[in-house]
Design a binder for this molecule. Structure first.
Ligand code: ADP
Ligand code: MG
Length: 226
């Protein structure tokens, strides 16, 4: 389903030299997979996740999702892939403050101009109930807790039933207990929705709960051996 081949990413440093952040990364993931990528700050985790999510382009190498090569897709097709096939969860929830939780969750279903498919409102309610936000559906983000906001952000990422859920430090801004609950929820949704989950984190505890554990270091991605 997801296939990265020999992905490299270089940035120009402020001194004018070239820094190779990703150096030949290959990775495959299929439906239902859960993968953690751990690495120190600055090791290129966010860069890698943004490339997987078609938010950034590799300097060389290829990324394919369901057979579509991102480098060969046009802007419109890429936008559609990002909206329909990929869900993103960040450290900060990025909910719109003026919209209720259910309005926030429904936004990706309205994007792209088309009418939302029938049943999407029901799906939003169902998912919000499933993550324990039944009574908060019409609340504004500031009226609920940090953990509840992140739950709503996770539901928003899943509303279009993406093939891939990408999470960049999803528990990084939460206290330990809430972080643990959020991790549990991500894994439960990974199982029930059959969405491949890729989590980037520097939390060993969060990483340890994923079926496949990998480490990013010096631009290389390696599978952890038990
Ligand atoms: N747009 C950019 N331009 C230049 N350098 C960048 C850019 N984005 C990231 N970098 C550099 O790439 C490295 C990896 O960054 P990042 O992917 O954010 O790491 P992580 O998420 O693991 O902390 C850092 O050294 C960062 O400064
Ligand atoms: Mg990062």
């Amino acid at each position: 389903m997801l296939e990265l081949k020999d992905v490299c990413k270089e940035f120009a440093s402020s001194e004018g030299s070239v820094v190779k952040v990703l150096d030949g990364i290959s990775l495959k993931a299929s439906a239902g997979d859960s993968i953690s990528i751990v690495g120190p700050s600055g090791s290129g985790k966010s860069t890698l996740l943004n490339i997987i999510g078609a938010l950034d382009k590799p300097t060389s190498g290829s990324v394919k999702l369901d057979g579509t090569d991102f480098s060969k897709a046009g802007d419109k097709q890429l936008a559609q892939i990002r909206n329909r096939r990929i869900g993103f969860v960040f450290q900060m929830h990025h909910l719109l403050p003026q919209c209720s939780l259910i309005e926030n969750v429904l936004l990706p279903a309205l994007a792209g101009g088309g009418k939302p498919e029938g049943g999407v409102h029901d799906r939003a309610v169902e998912l919000l109930e499933k993550v324990g936000l039944k009574d908060k559906i019409n609340s504004l983000p500031r009226q609920v807790s940090a953990g509840q906001r992140q739950r709503a952000a996770i539901v928003r990422a899943l509303i279009n039933s993406p093939a891939l859920l990408l999470a960049d430090e999803p528990t990084g801004a939460l206290d330990a207990v809430i972080a643990r609950e959020t991790a549990k929820l991500l894994l439960e949704l990974n199982r029930t929705e059959r969405t491949a989950l890729v989590v980037v984190t520097h939390s060993q505890e969060l990483a340890g709960q994923m079926a496949r554990k990998m480490t990013l270091s010096s631009g290389k991605l390696k599978a952890d051996t038990e």
